[in-house]
Design a protein around this ligand. Structure first.
Ligand code: BES
Ligand code: ZN
Ligand code: ZN
Length: 498
């Protein structure tokens, strides 16, 4: 992991191979640029007089200082209109800066604060840099030509330690996101449920958390029928992974539940072959939950958090569960299986019911690549939220607005429960095409009782796929979407309510 520092800018002395300067549209002469040390102007003025660089968002231009300055090159980076500039744009622009620096083959670069200094800007810039530096190259021969960025300095016009702290925190969060990406990107042959279980055990010992892995035979006696049913079809046995972080004594914990289907073939209701490989990402909700516990523990947040990750491989075989099966779930409800590809809700339901009964959490949040219907409803860049508690859902939405992770809530009207009524059991595991993301959530709501709960369907956002908008800081593959928002939610818990 490259080092990202925040430093008070002394540009005229800053020895750096590449200095990156954000330029707002129509501010090419920098007369309005409060962020810029006038000394740097000498190196770029002539070039900018050309008016061939206008500062459009995402555009860039290299200026060679030809030995005149302490920096070898300057990269001007368009930021668009100052009035429209948001933290998310800062995150994207910082990501673009990294991509350009990688192309230029620099080991080290410095980047000037884009706009007026505040906490949001430093957080966004740090995140954009750390997230864009990520690459998944575990399975590739190293390229002898490629140069890794090792050191990045964000130059700001303050030496307040507050900004160092913000950058340090953002660094922890980004590390957790990259950890989730590393797990999510693993191919299914190297990531059976047992692998995720061993990762959780290592996290527990590294960060001093409690961990428990529930094995199949125990799940059978405990009555976790949903997880056992889905797990039956694979030779890789299911695992129920539990991590507990204690940062607030005996306060009620937050319960985070994440779907980790290490590969989703659909089972007997087999999926079509096209893009089936992408179903290795069906474990991303669970990977995110593991990463969240890592984040919370590494930041030593003053909250209690329990993470539960039901993990299975959904395979067709002579031992697989079938359409028509009736399964008894942890909370005693029976489910008629009408499609074995609706497996996520089967395993989440058990994990939710078990977690709520065991930990009486103050709030429950689950993350899952649950339905293709969520993508139909909101596209591949917005996660669907469905819950039973407006306050909690609104809180998640508010945090998401700060992190740039787009989320929108869908209504859980009573009528949706009609769609999952079953002839032969209490409920069935599919509700037809209309409102498929909501009926999946309606199914889950049968297992949460009255606990405040919100479900996050990350089917479209968990990895870059058809319909993903280019965001510089999200390289191809697993994104870790949702982690930053939930870390924020758990961090804000530290402050007493206003
Ligand atoms: N893992 C899939 C959902 C999914 C599909 C996520 C595409 C991301 C991209 C889930 O297990 C599934 O197959 N759901 C079915 C439910 C249906 C059978 C009711 C779906 O969405 O088609
Ligand atoms: Zn499925
Ligand atoms: Zn699935």
């Amino acid at each position: 992991m490259a080092q990202i520092k925040v430093e008070k800018a002394k540009i005229d002395q800053k020895q750096t191979s590449l200095l990156i300067i954000g330029v707002f549209e129509n501010e090419q002469n920098f007369s309005q640029s409060k962020e810029l040390d006038p000394s740097v102007l000498t190196y770029i003025k002539e070039t900018l007089d050309d008016k061939d660089f206008r500062g459009n968002f995402g555009s860039s231009m290299i200026v060679y200082t030809l030995g005149k300055g302490p920096m070898k090159k300057i990269l001007l980076l368009g930021l668009g209109k100052r009035k429209q500039f948001t933290d998310e744009m800062a995150r994207i622009a910082a990501g673009k800066a990294v991509l350009r620096a990688k192309e230029l083959g620099t080991k080290e670069f410095s980047i000037l604060q884009f706009s007026n200094l505040d906490e949001g800007l430093v957080e966004a810039m740090t995140e954009g840099i750390a997230l864009a530096l990520y690459s998944f190259d575990k399975y590739k021969a190293p390229d002898p030509e490629s140069v890794k960025v090792e050191e990045v300095t964000i130059l700001i016009n303050s030496d307040s330690p507050r900004f160092q702290m913000i950058a340090e925190k953002a660094g922890h969060v980004a590390e957790a996101v990259n950890f989730a990406r590393d797990l999510g990107n693993l191919p299914p042959n190297d990531c059976p449920p047992a692998h995720l279980a061993s990762v959780a055990l290592s996290l527990a010992s590294e960060y001093g958390m409690k961990a428990r892995v529930v094995e199949r035979y125990e799940m059978e006696t405990m009555g976790l029928g949903g997880i056992v049913a889905v797990g039956k079809g694979s030779n890789n046995p299911p695992k129920l992974i539990i991590l507990e972080y204690n940062g607030a004594g005996d306060a009620k914990p937050y319960l985070l539940v994440g779907k980790a289907v290490t590969f989703d073939t659909g089972g007997i209701s087999l999926k079509p072959g096209d893009k089936m490989d992408e179903m290795k990402f069906d474990k991303c909700g669970g990977c995110n939950v593991l990463a969240l516990l890592r984040a919370v523990a590494s930041m030593k947040l003053a909250v209690n958090v329990v993470g539960i990750v039901p993990s299975v491989e959904n395979m067709p075989s002579s031992t697989a569960y079938r359409p028509g099966d009736i399964v008894k779930m942890y909370n005693g409800k029976t489910v008629e299986v009408l499609n074995t590809d609706a497996e996520g809700r089967m395993i989440l339901a058990d994990a939710l019911a078990y977690g709520i009964a065991t930990y009486s959490p103050k709030a429950v949040i689950d993350m899952a690549t649950l339905t293709g219907a969520a993508i139909i409803a909101l596209g591949a860049n917005v996660a669907a939220l469905v819950g039973n508690n407006k306050q909690l859902t609104d809180r998640v939405r508010r945090m998401a607005e700060k992190t740039g992770e787009r989320m929108w809530d869908l209504p859980l009207y009573d009528e949706f429960h009609e769609q999952i009524k079953s002839t032969h059991a209490d409920i069935k595991n599919i509700g037809g095409r209309p409102g498929g993301a909501i009926t999946a959530a309606a199914f889950l709501s049968n297992f949460v009782g009255s606990a405040p709960w919100v479900h996050m369907d990350i089917a479209g956002t968990a990895w870059t796929q058809d319909g993903t908008y280019e965001r510089s800081y999200n390289p191809k593959g697993a994104t870790g979407f949702g982690i930053r928002t939930l870390v924020k939610l758990l961090s804000e818990e530290e402050k007493p309510p206003a």
